[in-house]
Design a protein around this ligand. Structure first.
Ligand code: PMP
Length: 431
């Protein structure tokens, strides 16, 4: 039977009537790769199934949370058991303390943690707290890093912002954006220069310690180390946005992988097991400034929701089983080597980046892709679009954008990887 997505196309038509662009988050619209988004019906393990009955080996994993694979029974059971006790109380529950102590155990730079409902809330709140703590207004971020959609962070941001080509969103007042300084990723001299000029006005630096929203760009170790030292010299709070890299690049996140200790950490995705969860935390002296202990306000009706905590705790339990990351990372290595071999065989200029089970595919003559300008100017996004659609037809679902990282899960088997490499070989032959 030939590949058809007619039901997805019909659903996309009708979705556009009452949903802007037919989607509830821009990158889902396939703007970066063209064509019609695939509407999913269900997912299990390494596979997603669309409304036309096509099966895909999935390398998006709901943009990161699904490190166990889809519909993992441990998570589903935990939610089902909890659900019987009530859906939300807006009052303290024991499971929140369990979650907090588990998070602080796995990420020792966090003495205290506050749960929220999304990565956006986590970063927005962390920055407010860093400002309240230091009494300074300015904030530094890096070009191509995405930290959610709060006003002050939509300045030269990555992800859907890149494929839409909007460097700063309309609706963000200039008076807000003026406090955000954007520097080049992996460029310590740029940071040094900036701090020398205005270090005493900067409250915090926020960074994706492995960038995953301008495709996947790992940091150089000396960059993260230098950033840590410079923040110490100038009394600037260093915030690692580990919404994507947390519990992904390694059990203890990118900070464990690279051995750099931030002052604050933001989490999301994996920590919710697939339910809407985020978290921010860090040093006790900083976290004690947060309401109700301190004067910096932050709150949430559904924060620490019992179902979300149950899903998250089940997830954190599973990922602590011995050997799971080693096996996953080895599988990612084998798949990427397979992609590279296929590209070489067909004479396609290609390279990849990876950190743990986060990876990036680049159609480029460059040997190393190290920053946003490399991705934007020297990687062939059109060719990526062709590759993406070719893979889709072969039954492999990659991130629908040349500016997004890919993810593998514990559920992907050696057979799934063979299948994916064979698909890549076929598609590369046709590029
Ligand atoms: N920070 C990073 C590093 C992210 O990757 C994302 C989402 N992709 C966010 C923050 C925002 O998280 P959310 O979409 O849950 O608001």
């Amino acid at each position: 039977m030939s590949y058809s997505t007619s039901k997805s196309q019909a659903l996309f038509e009708s979705a556009q009537q009452h949903i802007p662009g037919g989607v509830n988050s821009p990158v889902r619209a396939f703007k970066g790769v063209g064509g019609t988004p695939i509407f999913f019906e269900k997912a299990k393990g390494a596979y997603v199934y669309d409304v036309d009955g096509n099966r895909y080996v999935d390398y998006v994993g709901s943009w990161g949370p699904m490190i166990l694979g889809h519909s993992a029974p441990q998570i589903i059971d935990a939610i089902r058991d909890r659900m019987e006790l009530g859906l939300s109380f807006g009052a303290p529950t024991a499971i929140e303390s369990e979650m907090a102590s588990e998070v602080c155990k796995l990420i020792p730079s966090m003495d205290m943690v506050r749960m929220v409902n999304s990565g956006t809330e986590a970063t927005m709140s962390a920055i407010r707290l860093a400002r309240g703590y230091t009494g300074r207004d300015k904030m530094v971020k890096f070009e191509g890093c995405y930290h959610g959609h709060s006003d002050s962070l939509l300045v030269k941001a990555g992800s859907g912002m890149l494929t839409l080509g909007v460097p700063t969103s309309p609706g963000v007042p200039a008076s807000v954006a003026e406090h955000t300084i954007t520097l080049n990723y992996n460029d310590l001299d740029h940071v040094r220069e900036c701090f020398a000029q205005m270090g005493d006005q900067i409250a915090c630096v926020i960074i994706e310690p492995v960038a995953g929203n301008m495709n996947c760009i790992p940091p150089s170790k000396s960059f993260l180390q230098g950033l840590r030292e410079l923040c110490d010299v100038h009394g600037i709070v260093l915030i690692f946005d580990e919404v994507m890299s947390g519990f992904r690049v390694a059990l203890g996140g990118a900070q464990a992988h690279y051995g750099i200790v931030p002052d604050m950490t933001c989490l999301g995705k994996v920590i919710g097991g697939g339910l809407p969860v985020g978290a921010f935390g860090g040093k006790r002296a900083i976290m004690e400034k947060l309401a109700p202990l301190g004067p910096v306000y932050q709150a949430g009706t559904l924060s620490g929701n019992p179902l979300a905590m149950a899903a998250g705790l089940a997830m954190l339990k599973e990922i602590q089983k011995p050997g799971v990351y080693e096996q996953l990372n080895a599988r990612v290595d084998r798949m990427l080597a397979g992609f590279k071999a296929a590209a070489d065989k067909h004479g396609i200029p290609f390279t990849y980046n990876k950190a743990g089970s986060m990876f990036g595919l680049f159609f480029t003559e460059l040997e190393k892709v190290e920053n946003y300008q490399h991705v934007l100017q020297q990687c062939d996004a059109q060719r990526f679009g062709k590759f993406f659609h070719g893979m889709l037809e072969q039954g492999v679902y990659l991130a629908p954008s040349a500016f997004e990282a890919g993810f593998m899960s514990f559920a992907h088997t050696e057979d799934d990887i063979d299948f994916t490499i064979a698909a890549a070989d076929k598609v590369m032959a046709s590029l």
